[in-house]
Structures are given as C-alpha cells and as structure tokens.
Design a protein around this ligand. Structure first.
Ligand code: FES
Length: 124
C-alpha cells in the first residue's frame, strides 16, 4: 500500500534535486524539452519554479537577483513575484509558474504543469 502511494506521488511530481543544491537567494535551471525552468530558493528557504524567460525581452531570470519573494531580471531590472509570476510595480507581464513542494529536503515540481507548458513550447 505504501508503495502504491509513493508510485502515485512519483508519477505526479518530478524530483529535481535537494534544496541545499541551490544557494539561498539563488537559482538553478532545469531543462524540460524546449522549456527551461528556473528554480529559486529564497533567504527563508521557500522554493519557487518559474519559466526562465523574462516577459519583457526573454532575459534569463535564473541569473537575476532574488530579494524577498521576488527576482529582478538581470537585463532591464523588471521585478517578478516568484509565487504568482506577475511583474511588479508599473511593469506589466507574466511568467508561467510551476507548483513545487519539498519533501525530506528534496524539491519536486508538478509533472502536469511541466507537461502542459512543454507541449505548448514545442508546438510554437
Ligand atoms: S528582459 Fe527582463 S527586464 Fe528586459
């Protein structure tokens, strides 16, 4: 029975490594086909996953500065909320977010979130 529960979990969530693999206020990238996902760890050890593509001109958000629950794009300083993917302040724009959870120090991303976006990306 426990194995069934684990199998169901593993089919719905993709393991992408340990929280400690990402420095605090840092990020690492995960490639999912044509899609690149930036996984962030905040100073409070919260973990967020968003598309690694700024809505302004496609800057690599994974290389931005993390502050609070936001990241600042390294190209032109647009600030994106990590939980909603929405641009902050006067800027407008949105990046795709992916559900994450941490279990025993391991980060998981929702497989269905990745699959639906990867299909869109590869069809474009
Ligand atoms: S590409 Fe990110 S702010 Fe311009």
């Amino acid at each position: 029975m426990k194995g069934d529960v684990m199998n169901a979990f593993e089919s719905e969530w993709i393991s992408i490594g340990a929280v400690t693999d990402i420095p605090r206020e840092g990020a690492r990238c995960v490639d999912a086909g044509a899609l690149r996902v930036a996984v962030f760890r905040t100073a409070e050890d919260d973990v967020y996953a968003i598309e690694d593509r700024c809505p302004h001109r496609g800057g690599p958000l994974s290389q931005g500065i993390v502050h609070g629950g936001c990241v600042t794009c390294p190209l032109h300083n647009m600030v994106i909320a990590l939980d909603t993917g929405e641009a902050q302040g006067a800027d407008e724009g949105h990046v795709t977010t992916f559900r994450t959870q941490v279990r025993d120090g391991i980060i998981f991303i929702a497989a269905s979130d990745i699959a639906s976006i990867a299909q869109t990306a590869s069809a474009a």
